[in-house]
Design a protein around this ligand. Structure first.
Ligand SMILES: [Zn+2]
Length: 281
């Protein structure tokens, strides 16, 4: 938890990770520095959207003693931010701390890199940790990356973690899934939440086959890959979610990541489910 928090503070200290803001490059440099210190393989995936250069980072962690078998496992989170719900928003200037959205998921990915790189001997499958850019422009980093993949797709599972530290009422998260191709992975996460007594409750499975979710899992899931997203309540408020009125504003600060326990539970569940798959024969 301390390490997650350190990453969150670093990621929000750059003022904004909006693609139009100079803080974006600083955050990218922080990610590269942290990953570089771990000695993991980091590749940039670059694309351009409406003249805006985007840079996503792909960390590849392979089994230590054997070539990876088919079926790569991805865990992904976007590191860019936006504050377009703040009055007088100017993306090049306005703060966009993006603490919950998605400093929480990005911090978790950094810790996964550290944990997985030290445990390569237990892996049987390749794990790719994807730090996507341009999600706030409607998943423009992940969407472009999906179009570069060969068929059959190399990924057997994609787990996305996005906005997982806010819920002052319950330890609730939604589990977004996309097509019949995602149903098995959805059930694996529900089972892992129980088996490892992680305690996300309710863990609300929600079908999103119409593609309207703005989540990095969407382009993978809609392409037919097994893909799910762990995310705060995706939809209207109810008795288990009061609404997160700071998201996409200058007030999405670390202080407003109000449920650190839920953040840790989400980080554990995504990793546990990925490891179940990545260590299977
Ligand atoms: Zn997000």
């Amino acid at each position: 938890m301390n390490k997650l928090n350190d990453h969150l503070l670093a990621l929000t200290s750059v003022v904004s990770r909006d693609v139009h803001h100079p803080g974006h490059a600083k955050a990218l440099a922080y990610l590269k520095e942290q990953l570089g210190a771990m000695g993991v393989q980091v590749d940039s995936y670059r694309n351009v959207y409406q003249g805006i250069p985007l840079e996503s980072l792909l960390v590849t962690i392979d089994p230590l003693n054997a070539p990876p078998t088919a079926g790569w496992i991805m865990i992904c989170a976007h590191y860019d931010s936006i504050s377009n719900r703040s009055p007088n928003w100017n993306p090049g200037i306005t703060a966009a701390p993006g603490a919950d959205d998605n400093g929480t998921g990005t911090a978790a990915l950094l810790e996964y890199a550290r944990i997985l790189s030290a445990n390569r001997a237990s892996l049987t499958h390749r794990v790719v940790l994807a730090f996507f850019d341009g999600e706030e422009l409607f998943f423009k980093g992940s969407g472009a990356y999906v179009t570069t993949l060969p068929k059959p797709y190399p990924y057997s599972a994609v787990i996305n973690i996005d906005m997982v530290g806010f819920n002052p009422i319950t330890d609730r998260l939604d589990l977004i899934w996309y097509t019949d191709g995602s149903a098995g992975l959805r059930d694996k996460l529900i089972a892992a939440n129980d088996r490892y007594a992680i305690g996300i409750s309710p863990l609300n499975a929600q079908f999103a086959g119409d593609g309207t979710t703005i989540l990095d899992a969407a382009p993978f899931g809609l392409a037919g890959m097994a893909a799910v997203a762990l995310v705060q309540r995706y939809g209207e408020n109810d008795a288990t979610f009061p609404g997160n009125y700071t998201f996409h504003t200058v007030n999405d600060t670390p202080a407003n990541v109000s449920n650190r326990r839920l953040w840790l539970k989400a980080a554990k569940l995504a990793l546990a489910a990925a490891l179940d798959l990545a260590t299977a024969n």
